[in-house]
Design a protein around this ligand. Sequence first.
Ligand SMILES: Cc1cc2nc3c(=O)[nH]c(=O)nc-3n(C[C@H](O)[C@H](O)[C@H](O)COP(=O)(O)OP(=O)(O)OC[C@H]3O[C@@H](n4cnc5c(N)ncnc54)[C@H](O)[C@@H]3O)c2cc1C
Ligand code: FES
Length: 297
Amino acid sequence: MQQSSHIYEFASRARDDNPYLPHLARIVRRVPMVEDNYLFLVRFDDPAMGDSFDYMPGQFMELSVIGTGESPISISSTPTRKGLLEFCVRRMGRNTNALYRLQDNDVIGIRGPYGNGFPVTQMEGSNLLLIAGGLGMAPLRSLLNYALDKRQNYERIILMYGSKYPEDILFRDELESLESRSDIDCMLTVEQAYDLPEAKPWHGKIGMVTDLFKDIKDLDVENTYAVACGPPIFYRFVIQALLDRGFPKDKILMSLERRMECGIGKCGHCGIGYKYTCIDGPVFTYWDAINLPEMID
Ligand SMILES: Cc1cc2nc3c(=O)[nH]c(=O)nc-3n(C[C@H](O)[C@H](O)[C@H](O)COP(=O)(O)OP(=O)(O)OC[C@H]3O[C@@H](n4cnc5c(N)ncnc54)[C@H](O)[C@@H]3O)c2cc1C
Ligand code: FES
């Protein structure tokens, strides 16, 4: 124990000189989610690091598989629940496939947290309208659970989440359990539902996520933060729907993804105009998007 705490101290000093050096962390459990998605439950190897680590909903970390590379991944857990960090990862290419091949108890590298995160303090006293499409639920789950754990700080909380098929809904059981709560409006929709197994039928809505706007009654849009996260095409429709309903442009927030390398504002890979997604974002307002038109594809 004495010896391992010396190792952690040495590593911490090395990290002061080299911000790219990750912390060692262990995969406690991998939970299969939807096809090609795992939820990785991770803890720092250094217990002191685990105790002191803090982050904001909407921030991300660089996850590395030793010898392969690293990828920016949003933190899906909430800082209000100490313990394990959770990352919902879709396998795409080299690094995320390597991550997929790891087993419980294997070691990975993690560095961060990076990015600005959602302005949770500024949003206090307002309604929250969270709008997710597909994998966009991964960062929004952190904000959703954070707001539910600090329920008294926010007015109405509404979640609108759209997926292509029922079997694509991330955190489905968790979200369906919210449908019975009276302090949140949880609305799920899918574009198509057919050939479903008897054990997992779909009795919910069918349509686009923007169709759910008609089910929101008496929302004071002036006092609402709309937070959207989804694939590029999703933003075009969701933002237009928000503007049509009079949501203030500075209260429309988006979490954006760009190709990243360093994650700390050094390499220039994630630039959008004069902004870097890794340090100025990934959360931007619609005002930012007006000033930097290439922000939304
Ligand atoms: C701030 C941020 C948060 C993210 N959060 C998550 C998350 O919670 N869960 C998750 O599964 N993924 C997330 N991603 C995307 C994830 O980082 C990439 O899918 C991953 O880096 C791919 O790495 P790879 O080595 O497996 O694939 P590569 O071999 O590098 O690429 C495989 C394919 O993915 C594309 N790709 C790679 N990175 C991106 C990107 N950033 N945006 C769009 N396409 C990309 C490549 O163009 C290529 O077609 C996030 C990205 C950012 C920038
Ligand atoms: S990823 Fe290097 S500057 Fe943003």
